[in-house]
Design a protein around this ligand. Sequence first.
Ligand SMILES: Nc1nc2c(ncn2[C@@H]2O[C@H](COP(=O)(O)OP(=O)(O)OP(=O)(O)O)[C@@H](O)[C@H]2O)c(=O)[nH]1
Ligand SMILES: [Mg+2]
Length: 305
Amino acid sequence: MSAAWFDKLSDGLSRTRVTIQSRIAAAVGASRAVDDAFFDGIEEALVLADVGATAAAEIVGNLRQAVRRERVREPEAALDLLVDLVAQEFPQPVDDPLDDLPAVVLLVGVNGSGKTTTAGKLAAEARAAGRTVVIGSADTYRAAAIEQLRVWAGRAGAHVVERERGADPAAVAFDAVAHGMEAGADLVLVDTAGRLHTSKDLMEELKKVDRVVRKRSAAPVKSLLVIDATAGQNALQQAREFHAALGLDGVVLTKLDGTAKGGIVVAVARELGLPVVRIGVGEGVDDMHSFDAREFARALVGAPS
Ligand SMILES: Nc1nc2c(ncn2[C@@H]2O[C@H](COP(=O)(O)OP(=O)(O)OP(=O)(O)O)[C@@H](O)[C@H]2O)c(=O)[nH]1
Ligand SMILES: [Mg+2]
């Protein structure tokens, strides 16, 4: 793990860090003791970073045990244990669907979470590794969405499969997969329209896209939920619903550059056992990184690397 990666992630999580660090500093206080006030401060800090009340309480419960077991007296040493505990919430090693090509990857999520941007970044990443990429433009609701994806595909050097606005998204997805299979593409990315997890019709539509893609694809199909880190606790409910509908393979956490709420993935990983496949830390093509649970935990807690 390079130091540059850590710096970027820490930059991305800087607001989270400031919040957690200052809370923890307040918890440590003048006494600098690992006492009830210390544990309460950490729990509060984790809740504020959107780890969720249940997860925060359990992590702190485990921290209390670990502190006792290891007879830790220094706050810094207790924070090291906290980093370990947060990191352990993530499934390891990450089974990266993008490592194992050929593959078809479906990008799903609520409106504006960063699906199209992530499709573009993933396409560019695969192209840079010498892979051939097809992107299916299955967000047919808005003409602007088709155009946006075309721009990303052009930039990445990926072939884009699209139909007119209003076309059946499942038909576009089918075309894209068919084209990818026939052309022997390494990676087929399917960008879907944003939809609320509470919308029954749109979730049914997505299931149809998924069915059609699986039927046509000779390669493994993976569904990734794109979560906006600024969505906070709501993202947990999104993850539950999308997971129930599709059986997700992982999540991409975007917009970590603009939030104090990166902890939501801890809750998602913990409850659903889903790996974080990539993180987005900006709008540019290079603003995406793979995820390392330990480094993430360090950045979240604000412990030095
Ligand atoms: N700062 C920041 N902005 C991002 C990131 N990822 C995406 N965005 C921005 O978020 C906005 C929405 O991104 P899109 O990729 O269009 O999101 P989407 O999920 O495709 O949206 P819909 O198709 O409308 O549901 C755009 O302005 C992106 O530039 C990120 O990691 N960091
Ligand atoms: Mg989009």
